[in-house]
Design a protein around this ligand. Sequence first.
Ligand code: DGJ
Length: 706
Amino acid sequence: MSSPIPSSKPGQRAHLSNGGVDFLLEVIDGAPVIRYWAASFKGELSQHLFDRSIANSDFDEVVSPGIMREHSRGHLGYPTIKGHRAGLDWSTKFSVKELQSDKNSFRIQLEDSDAKLTLDISANLDQFGVLKVSQELTNLGDTYFLDELNYWMPLSDCATQSLDFVGRWSNERNPQRRDIAIGRYVRDSHEGRPGHNYTIGMIALEKETNFASGQSWALSLAWSGDSQYCIEKSYEGSASMAAGEVLLPGEVILAKGESYKAPDLYALYSNSGLDGLAANMHKYLRARSVHPKTNRPMTLNLWEAIYFDHNEEKIKKIVDAAAEAGFERVVLDDGWFGSRRSDLSGLGDWQVSKEVWPDGLGSIANYIRDKGMEFGLWFEGEMVNPDSELYRAHPDWILKVNNRVGPTWRHQLVLNLDIQDAYNYVLDSVDKILTQYQITYIKWDHNRVLIDAGSNNRAAVRKQTQGIYRLFAELKKRHKNLEIESCASGGARIDLGIIDLVDRFWTSDNNDALERVRIQRWSAQFIPPELLGTHIGADPGHQTGRSLSFSFRALTALFGHAGVERDITKLSSSELAELKSWITLYKSKRKLLHSGDVIRIDYPKDSHYLHGVIASDKKSALISFSSLETIPESHSPRIRIRGLDSDRRYSVKVLSGGQKSNFMAIELPKWITTGLELTGSELENIGLSAPILRPASALLIEITAL
Ligand code: DGJ
């Protein structure tokens, strides 16, 4: 038996088409129903196109609950909204009041006049195929307790797998790929910050989708607090994907006339593989007015060079070496303030320590500037050590419930930015230091999770998240050229919410290139490389204790906003020379590295990585081919590079890593030393014969149009 779904009335359809993506929403019996979200199509959308059968044991007519996923309209899965008015109005039935749309955008107003709620949804599909959606719920009745409001996007039945990321400190962004099965698969974070285990986004994809080809759909929330991503497949076969803020109990209670504005959603689609998906997001982010426009400076971060040992003479020697090597920015990390001689005390006391900097920071800041470099400084404004002047004076300024002081984490507690005096204290102290020392770069850390995050005993993760957004915006307003690096014990606050307020992410505390190369590869799924801090660490690495060649560490750190994190005065003169030439290389290639399309090539196993950047005019490319471990076969897979102009001829040259010690072979393919000329089509289809690299080594290949 089949019964046609009632079609939408004229004017009750939004058909967006841009950037190779079509998005179709129709109003069916008052419900907004997303009919299609995938590659652009041509056609008239005839009346019965979306008809479907009625199964046995089913509603007597076809129901189309749409994106609100309401019981009242026959939806049997997880709902879009959960809330109630002291036990009432728990079940809603929203109907479209108004729908306005054009080719790229729509705005829809929904109302449930019984439940006395309205919902405004607006969306824009941009030239890169990125759909940005906002929604705001308004309460028109008595006090309404909102528990959850998510965004739900129906998935094509081609999407049979999901991809998300998991991790921990120093090991972020491990990919997890699995089949979409019947039931609900959830990735949520409850740390009050995204966390190391934060997935950044949820991706649905075809079984065959790889970096180069295949369809994929992704959602990513513009939010730095608690969040959830979910894929649900119902027993009747359809699957949908969701993202939304996780609200703590009572966190959003709306009085009459009040609204809840959900964090914005980015919804991405590509039919050119995971690289296509990444390219769309990168292009979108690069087109923002706030995207950093200047050359990303070669950075020396002093954390792993000195830790808490702030000795001016020693630091000046490092600065001398930095200037000589070609660094452009030096960042003084943790330990310059209060009693912060270790992580046990002083956090929150944002006054320069007389003990380690008796004359203030002016002399080191000027020393760095006089040598032509920028001075950057570390803060962790949302935190406090119990052993600090700040905490002794204001023990009530922390996030807490009922005066319970929860367990410390890295010996610290979290300040409550919802307390105006606490917020002002942090803002004014940081502002004062920035003004006094004319600081244009800060690294802002966040080294613990939030628990029992109460303000006046009410849940306050949302307010805390909005607080840091406000604070960053205000600092940037007061200091026009200020750049902020978002750090949270490495990569625990990398998300599309904070991204508009920061200029760099500290990708991970793990500088071990063998692990870092994977962390960078997957962080770049959403974040363009110029926003990802990538440093050469010490040898052996401080996190894993592993020794790796300079060349491998350097080539790994090249593909991002590059820097170094070690005491460079300890380098031998030949190591210093190597460092210098790497810095020169970075400077000469950063325009390409930070504007081109990221490509990642699939190999059957993760024994080899091939990644790089292709210039948008396809006239040049920089490719890294690395071996991570030995394989049972003698020969490595070929180096096939896609994305160049098929008909154009290119010269291929090994720029770095070509030294004999990098290989396990008696003789190498000739092109390693002589270079080669070939077409883009040959590069993609035939590829280069790969040399047999030692494990943990890499080859940097430059490709230039002839
Ligand atoms: C954690 C960060 O990830 C490190 O880079 C460093 O800034 C330390 N905190 C300082 O305490």
